[in-house]
Design a protein around this ligand. Structure first.
Ligand SMILES: [Fe+2]
Ligand SMILES: [Fe+2]
Length: 161
C-alpha cells in the first residue's frame, strides 16, 4: 500500500491530525484521531474479507484515514465535516500523487460517510465507511454515554454485528 505509506509520512497530513487532536483535547465524546481512523479502515476490511467482497484495499484505507479531517473545519467554522473532509482529502491525495480517477472515488466516499443524500449514497465504499465509522465506537464502555446525542438504538452495545 504505497500510497497509504506516503500519506502516513506526509507532513501536512500529520499536521492536520495534530491540529485535530489539539481541538479535541478536552472533548468528552468520541475523538477522531488515528486510532478511530485505523479502526474504521480495519473494520471495513474485515467486512470485505468476511463477505468475500472485492474492494481496493488501499482505497479503503485511504478513505478511512482521511474521512474525519474535516472535523477541524466543523469545530472552527461550522462547516459540515464530510464536505470539508472531502476537500482536505482531495488536497492530500493530490500531494501524494494518488491517481485522479481513484481520488474522486475516495472523496465521494468521504462526502457520503454520514449517510447524507449525495451522489455517493449508492457507492459501496461510502456505505461501508458510514457503517464502520459508527461500529468502531465502544458505547458499551463509554463514560459519556449518558450525555451522548446518539439515539439509544444507535449506540453499540456489543462488538458483534
Ligand atoms: Fe465522520
Ligand atoms: Fe469517523
Amino acid at each position: 500500500m504505497i500510497y497509504v505509506d506516503k500519506l502516513l509520512k506526509e507532513t501536512d497530513y500529520l499536521k492536520q491530525l495534530q491540529q485535530l487532536e489539539q481541538l479535541e483535547r478536552d472533548r468528552q465524546f468520541c475523538r477522531h484521531g488515528l486510532s478511530h481512523l485505523l479502526d474504521t479502515a480495519r473494520l471495513i476490511w474485515i467486512r470485505c474479507l468476511e463477505g468475500r467482497r472485492t474492494m481496493d484495499k488501499e482505497m479503503v484505507y485511504l478513505a478511512a484515514l482521511l474521512h474525519d479531517l474535516g472535523r477541524i473545519d466543523q469545530y472552527e467554522a461550522g462547516t459540515p465535516h464530510e464536505e470539508a473532509g472531502a476537500r482536505r482529502a482531495e488536497g492530500l491525495l493530490s500531494a501524494i500523487g494518488y491517481p485522479t480517477e481513484r481520488r474522486e472515488k475516495v472523496t465521494e466516499a468521504i462526502l457520503g460517510h454520514r449517510g447524507s443524500k449525495s451522489a455517493a449514497e449508492t457507492i459501496e465504499l461510502s456505505a461501508l465507511l458510514c457503517w464502520a465509522d459508527a461500529r468502531s465506537r465502544m458505547c458499551f464502555a463509554c463514560d459519556a454515554r449518558e450525555e451522548c446525542n446518539w439515539r439509544e438504538d444507535q449506540k453499540n452495545e456489543t462488538i458483534t454485528d
